[in-house]
Design a protein around this ligand. Sequence first.
Ligand SMILES: CC(C)(COP(=O)(O)OP(=O)(O)OC[C@H]1O[C@@H](n2cnc3c(N)ncnc32)[C@H](O)[C@@H]1OP(=O)(O)O)[C@@H](O)C(=O)NCCC(=O)NCCS
Length: 327
Amino acid sequence: MKRFAHVIGTGASVPARVLTNSDLEKMVDTEDEWIVSRTGIKRRHIASDNEASSDMATKAALNALESANVKAEQVDLIILGTVTPDRPLPSTACLVQNNIGAVNAAVMDIVAACSGFVYGLALAKAMIESEQADTILVIGAETLSKIVNWKDRNTCVLFGDGAGAAVVRVSGKPGGILGTYMRSNGSLWNLLTVPAGGSRMPIDFNSMQNGARYIQMAGPDVYKNAVMAMGEAASEVLSRTGVSSKEIALMIPHQANIRIIESTANRIKIPPEKVYVNIHEYGNTSAASIPIALDEAMRGGRIKPGDKVLMVAFGGGFTWGSAIVEF
Ligand SMILES: CC(C)(COP(=O)(O)OP(=O)(O)OC[C@H]1O[C@@H](n2cnc3c(N)ncnc32)[C@H](O)[C@@H]1OP(=O)(O)O)[C@@H](O)C(=O)NCCC(=O)NCCS
């Protein structure tokens, strides 16, 4: 039997606490009007002190399993994209495995920043087609609020927390994940980085004092690269799959900046009504942004059986990628 990798269920979870632009006006020198016009963000959800990436990932995974009508014991692989793991060891995927009781699964974290979920879909497709797994949970989960410098207006207005998940399962029926594309450019790693917290610069008194444990970003350079790379990733996956942009029922882009989203859609001539946007509510949740949007779109009736959905992402590293999924 030829094996196809179908997305059969989705789930999401975001923290209850909401931080609005007017809340941020009281914390740093910024204005609601600046944030909305430059980014499209109005609110973001922020984890509580005792909430970590695995907590949200667990809820998103359970929601996805429920919507797919799949039991945790049936999952044989968990792929979790995050740059904000609960701790350096073990992987956050291990914590999720334990929390949901996926006792028959192999699990791993992948660090591809905002591209984590589309990278995960690409791996899931390959693992299913090569008969190495039948039922896979692909998760994106982030608690960026814990690595953001809340005194740096250049970055703190942009990010939020949350998790999203999808169940990908083997089927003999053609369709599912039709094609994927993954790229990276490590020569530009220093444009978006958290300098401290690894083996190069362990957390110590200095990094606690000088901000090196927080996200540092050259915003306009990241912006330019994101526009180019997301356009390329969207075009490339269309040509690889032979799907035309007219056939795309919905585009779900990584939600980093409304202007980047609009320029990506323009490049491949997808009209605004076919572009899913929820950046106003969540900000940039990195690896979680596409699966949160996918889950909202599924539950909101924006995706119907037979629809072809284009997902496209760009993130630190740099990494970028795309996927077309037929539902
Ligand atoms: C960060 C970003 C929104 C800035 O928008 P921009 O249009 O490039 O901003 P501009 O260059 O026009 O303006 C920058 C100015 O706004 C100021 N500024 C930055 N953050 C601000 C804020 N929150 N409130 C008010 N002013 C702010 C800067 O200090 C700078 O002022 P200066 O010109 O006096 O030095 C934009 O570059 C961006 O979205 N970059 C990509 C970020 C991203 O997607 N990262 C994750 C990738 S997955």
